[in-house]
Design a protein around this ligand. Structure first.
Ligand code: GLC
Length: 612
C-alpha cells in the first residue's frame, strides 16, 4: 500500500463502522454503500497534492478556525468584480480589509429569471458562464490559498432547479428520475402535507407543491416553484449529491455552506423540518469530509430558534457541523437597535456563552437574506410585549414608518393574514446613513456612522467568525434598482444585494468621509481583535449588569487578559456601572485610561476596556 493509500485507509477505518451503520439504518442498501465507499476513494485520489497537504496540516491542528484572526466577507461574484477572474484580481482589496475568509454567493449554473439568487442549481459541475469556468474557480481558490484566504461556497442540497437534468428527465416521465423528487399524480398526499408543513415564502411562493401540467403530476417545491425538493429517502440522491459535494470540495473549497439543511428530510404528518434523519445525513457528511477532505469545514445554514440550531453541532464524540450561523443573536441585535433596550440581547448572550467552546458560530449583522424576527416572545411577554404587535413595531421602526426613525428598510414576505413580515436593508441604511445623507443632516450622519461602527464592534466581540457583507465596510446603502427589474421586483432581498460600489470604496482614504470613518474604524477594531487573545473562541465570556437597559456589558477573559466591552444601543449619553469589581483599564479603541467603577459613554458609544 502506498503512503497516500495508507492515509485514506486510516481515516476510513476510523469512521467505517459508524458510517456503514448509519447508512444501512437509513437505506438498508449494501450495494449502494459499496458504491459510495469506492467513490470516496476515487475522490480522495483525485484531490490535488496541495489540498492533501493542507488537509494534513489541518488534521494536526483541528482548532485552526477557532482563533481570533479569521475575518470573513460574503459577496456575489458579479456584484463585487464581474466574474471569478475579477475576484482574483481584487484580492489585494480583500487583504486591505484584513479579510481571510470569503463566502462566494451561489455561482453554479442556474436559469436566468428562475434562479433565487443562484439557489436553484441546474448543474452542480458547471459555473454560470458569465462568471467563468471551473478552471477559473480552481485558479481563484489557489490564489486565495497563497494569500491565506479561505473560500466558502454554497452547497444547495435540498433541491435542484427545474432545469437540472434529473428534473428535465423526471418531467418527461422517466421513473428513475421522478423517484429522485416527490411526484404525485393527484393532490391527496400533497393535501396531507399541507396540513402540517409551514410556508417558507408565504407570499412570494405560497404552498409546498407545484402542478406540472405537461407531466400531469404535482412536485414538492418548499421554496420557489422552480426549486424541486430532492428525495433523500432515495440512496441514489444521497450518493450522487455526495459526489457533487466532493467534486466541488476538490476545486479547493475550504468551507461548504450546506444550504437549507433542516429541510432535507420529509415525512408525512410532520413539519418536515429538523427531522432525526437530517442529523443522520449531516453526521454522515461530516465523516465523509473527515475521510476524503478533512481540511473542509461544514457550515450549516440553520435559520431556526436556538434549541433547533444547536443540535446541528452534534455531540463532542459525534460532531455534525463545524460552524453555524448565530441567527438569533443577529435578529436580537436589530431588536435592540429599534428598542434601545439590551435586556433580551443580554439574555441571548448568556445562552450563547454557556454553550461548549467547541461550538463555533458565524457572527453577522446581516446577510443576503431577510432578517426574520425569531425572538424569544415568551420572555418578552412578561413585559406585555406580544409577538404580532412587536413584529409590527420592529418593522415600522426599521422601515422608517415611525416618526424620528432613522432606518430605511423594506418589508419581506409581508403576510396580511398572519400579520407577519420580515425585513430587508443594508446595515448602513438600517443604521440611518441613507436618511441622514439624503437629508444632508451632518449631526444625524455622524450618529448613524457611530451606530454602524458600534454594531460592527459588537459583532467582533462575539466568539466565533465575524462575517462582513461586502459593501458594509464602506457603508453601502440600499439599492432600489430591483424595483424596475421584472425578474427581481417580487423579491425585496435584492434591496440589500446591490452592486459593490468601487467609487465609494475609493473614498476610504478621504479623511472625514463616511467611507473612511467606517473602513478605518472597522480595520482598527479588527487589528485590535487579532492582537489580543481575549478574542479567541476559547475565552470565557459572560455578561454583566451596567445598570442601564440601553448599555450591554460583556466580559471576555483569556489567560491573564480580561476585557470589559460596553455598547450603548441608544443615542443618549450614559453613565454606566463597570465590571463587578471596578479597577483600572485602558480603552483599546481610544487609548484612554479609565479608572473606577463608573464610565461616561456618549450615544452609540463603544469601549473595549482591557483590565490591567
Ligand atoms: C437559503 C438561502 C436563501 C434561499 C434558500 C433556498 O435559505 O440563504 O437565499 O432562498 O436557501 O435555497
Amino acid at each position: 500500500m502506498s503512503v497516500t493509500e495508507e492515509v485514506f485507509q486510516k481515516r476510513l477505518q476510523k469512521h467505517h463502522d459508524e458510517l456503514r451503520w448509519l447508512y444501512m439504518e437509513l437505506y438498508k442498501n449494501n450495494d449502494m454503500f459499496g458504491e459510495l465507499s469506492s467513490q470516496l476513494y476515487e475522490y480522495f485520489m483525485q484531490r490535488s497534492q496541495s489540498l492533501k497537504d493542507l488537509d494534513a496540516v489541518r488534521e494536526k491542528e483541528p482548532d485552526w478556525y477557532k482563533k481570533n484572526d479569521i475575518l470573513g466577507m460574503m459577496m456575489y461574484i458579479d456584484n463585487f468584480a464581474g466574474n471569478l477572474k475579477g475576484v482574483e484580481s481584487k484580492l489585494d482589496y480583500l487583504k486591505e480589509c484584513q479579510v481571510n475568509y470569503i463566502h462566494l454567493m451561489p455561482f453554479l449554473d442556474t436559469p436566468k429569471g428562475r434562479s433565487d439568487g443562484g439557489y436553484a442549481v441546474s448543474d452542480f459541475r458547471k459555473v454560470q458562464p458569465e462568471l467563468g469556468t471551473m478552471e477559473d474557480l480552481e485558479s481563484l481558490t489557489q490564489s486565495c490559498h497563497e494569500k491565506g484566504i479561505n473560500v466558502c461556497m454554497d452547497f444547495v442540497m435540498n433541491h435542484t432547479s427545474e432545469d437540472h437534468e434529473w428534473a428535465v428527465r423526471a418531467r418527461r416521465g422517466e421513473g428513475e428520475y421522478m423517484g429522485r423528487y416527490f411526484f404525485y399524480d393527484n393532490y391527496s398526499i400533497p393535501a396531507e402535507y399541507e396540513k402540517t408543513v409551514p410556508q417558507v415564502f408565504p407570499t412570494t411562493a405560497p404552498g409546498n407543491f407545484t402542478w406540472l401540467q405537461e407531466a400531469g403530476h404535482f412536485v414538492m417545491t418548499t421554496f420557489y416553484p422552480y426549486q424541486w425538493d430532492l428525495n433523500y429517502q432515495n440512496p441514489r440522491v444521497f450518493n450522487e449529491m455526495v459526489y457533487n459535494f466532493l467534486y466541488l470540495a476538490n476545486k479547493g473549497i475550504d468551507v461548504m455552506r450546506i444550504d437549507a439543511v433542516p429541510y432535507i428530510w420529509k415525512e408525512l404528518g410532520t413539519d418536515c423540518r429538523n427531522l432525526p434523519q437530517v442529523h443522520t445525513i449531516v453526521r454522515m457528511m461530516r465523516m465523509i469530509c473527515e475521510i476524503v477532505c478533512p481540511g473542509v469545514l461544514l457550515l450549516g445554514e440553520v435559520v431556526m430558534e436556538p434549541e433547533k440550531v444547536v443540535p446541528y453541532f452534534g455531540t463532542v464524540d459525534k460532531p455534525e457541523c463545524h460552524m453555524l450561523y448565530n441567527v438569533t443573536t443577529m435578529a436580537t441585535t436589530w431588536h435592540s437597535v429599534a428598542t434601545r433596550d439590551v435586556r433580551l440581547l443580554k439574555l441571548q448572550m448568556e445562552i450563547v456563552s454557556r454553550l461548549p467552546k467547541e461550538y463555533v458560530f458565524l457572527n453577522y449583522l446581516r446577510c443576503h437574506d431577510d432578517i426574520g424576527w425569531g425572538l424569544d416572545y415568551v420572555w418578552l411577554m412578561q413585559f406585555g410585549i406580544g409577538e404580532v404587535s412587536h413584529k409590527k413595531y420592529l418593522n415600522d421602526f426599521l422601515t422608517g414608518q415611525i416618526p424620528d426613525s432613522f432606518a430605511r428598510g423594506e418589508l419581506y414576505n409581508s403576510d396580511p393574514t398572519s400579520g407577519d413580515a420580515r425585513l430587508c436593508g443594508t446595515t448602513a441604511s438600517l443604521c440611518g446613513i441613507e436618511k441622514a445623507a439624503y437629508e444632508g443632516n451632518e449631526a444625524a450622519l455622524e450618529q448613524a456612522v457611530k451606530l454602524d461602527l458600534m454594531l460592527h464592534a459588537y459583532m467582533l466581540t462575539q466568539s466565533g467568525i465575524p462575517v462582513i457583507y461586502s459593501g458594509d465596510e464602506v457603508g453601502q446603502q440600499n439599492d432600489y434598482s430591483y424595483h424596475n427589474e421584472p425578474d427581481r421586483w417580487g423579491d425585496s432581498r435584492y434591496l440589500h444585494r446591490g452592486k459593490f460600489q468601487w467609487d465609494l470604496a475609493g473614498r476610504r482614504a478621504d479623511k472625514g468621509s463616511v467611507q473612511e470613518k467606517l473602513f478605518t474604524g472597522i480595520n482598527q477594531l479588527e487589528n485590535i481583535r487579532k492582537s489580543h487573545t481575549v478574542f479567541d473562541t476559547n475565552a470565557d465570556v459572560w455578561v454583566f449588569d451596567t445598570w442601564d437597559d440601553a448599555v450591554l456589558g460583556i466580559v471576555r477573559a483569556h489567560g491573564n487578559e480580561k476585557l470589559a466591552a460596553l455598547f450603548n444601543f441608544s443615542e443618549f449619553n450614559k453613565t454606566v456601572h463597570l465590571d463587578e469589581d471596578g479597577g483600572r483599564y485602558t480603552d483599546l479603541i481610544s487609548g484612554r485610561k479609565v479608572e473606577g467603577a463608573e464610565l461616561d459613554m456618549p450615544g452609540y458609544g463603544v469601549n473595549w476596556l482591557l483590565k490591567k
